[in-house]
Design a protein around this ligand. Structure first.
Ligand code: CO8
Length: 257
């Protein structure tokens, strides 16, 4: 499959999606959104893939929704067309997704990174929700996911002033899992992806589902849900293999079943 606005590669069991609209700092237009949707759906169905990495360029992960494309939309075009709706795919994918962010991750770009399961940032990364500066607010989950990640004080600061936050501040605030030198970003993200993809896929999917449940339910329900998932993993061959391998002091050979 050939794409215009993204590049897609596989590295063993890791799928790599590289946003590629350099002339617009990877601004997210309808074509790019549909191509990411298509590539992710392909990886989701592919038994040979256990994890996906989404990245951009050295200068920009993505500088937001494409302002030139959306600036003349009427309310009814925006509302009825629901042009942001297609992004839901990123949040719906069941396989783990790692965002590898260098340079600008602004507006929809920051929101895209936050839809992934965790963010590895280059020391050059700049995060922000600057929509207020152009007369709107975040529209792809920014007010919700950023607030859950960094708390109300910093989320309000970023959303109301539109200022950018560097990688170190983002790591301190809990938005970013790790910061690495820019030159190592993709290699580090692929390494993390390979580590995840080497796990039992049912366990990885359930781990992701259980962590995400923490944002949607009460503690008591979440713990109960986690326990049900935990017990259900005893129905997999991989649980038997993983525990037997530990006892026999060898590496497990997971078969994803
Ligand atoms: N949309 C369209 N084009 C863009 C965008 C964008 N978001 N960002 C940059 N570009 C283009 C510029 O217009 C410029 O093109 P040209 O050379 O043809 O004029 C080119 O990319 C390079 O940009 P700059 O010359 O501005 O580069 P600088 O290094 O001087 O500045 C900045 C970099 C600070 C990132 C600056 O480009 C900027 O402020 N960009 C806009 C950031 C922004 O406001 N983002 C939020 C957009 S609104 C949004 O995301 C709503 C989200 C709703 C959900 C959508 C999900 C898809």
């Amino acid at each position: 499959m050939s794409y215009e606005t993204i590049e897609v590669e596989t590295h063993d069991r890791v799928g790599l999606i590289r946003l590629n609209r350099p002339q617009a700092l990877n601004a997210l237009n309808a074509l790019l959104i549909s191509e990411v949707d298509c590539a992710l759906t392909g990886f989701e169905k592919d038994d040979g893939i256990g994890c996906v990495v989404v990245t951009g360029s050295e200068k920009a992960f993505a500088a937001g929704a494409d302002i030139k494309e959306m600036k003349d939309k009427s309310f009814s075009e925006a509302f009825l067309g629901d042009f942001i709706g297609r992004w839901d795919t990123v949040a719906r994918v069941r396989k783990p997704i790692v965002a590898a962010v260098a340079g600008f991750a602004l507006g929809g770009g920051c929101e895209l990174a936050m839809m992934c399961d965790f963010i590895i940032a280059a020391d050059t990364a700049q995060f922000g929700q600057p929509e207020i500066k152009i007369g709107v607010i975040p529209g792809a989950g920014g007010t919700q996911r950023l607030t859950r990640a960094v708390g109300k004080a910093k989320a309000m600061d970023l959303v109301l002033t539109g200022r950018m936050m560097g990688a170190e501040e983002a790591e301190r605030a809990g938005l970013v899992a790790r910061v690495v030198p820019a030159a190592d970003l993709v290699a580090e993200a692929l390494k993390a992806g390979a580590a995840i993809a080497a796990m039992s896929l049912p366990a990885a999917l359930m781990a992701k589902e259980a962590v995400n449940a923490a944002f949607e339910t009460t503690l008591i329900e979440g713990v109960r849900y986690e326990r049900r998932l935990f017990y259900s993993l005893f129905a997999t061959e991989d649980q038997k293999e993983g525990m037997a391998a530990f006892v026999e002091k060898r590496k497990p050979a997971f078969r994803n079943r």
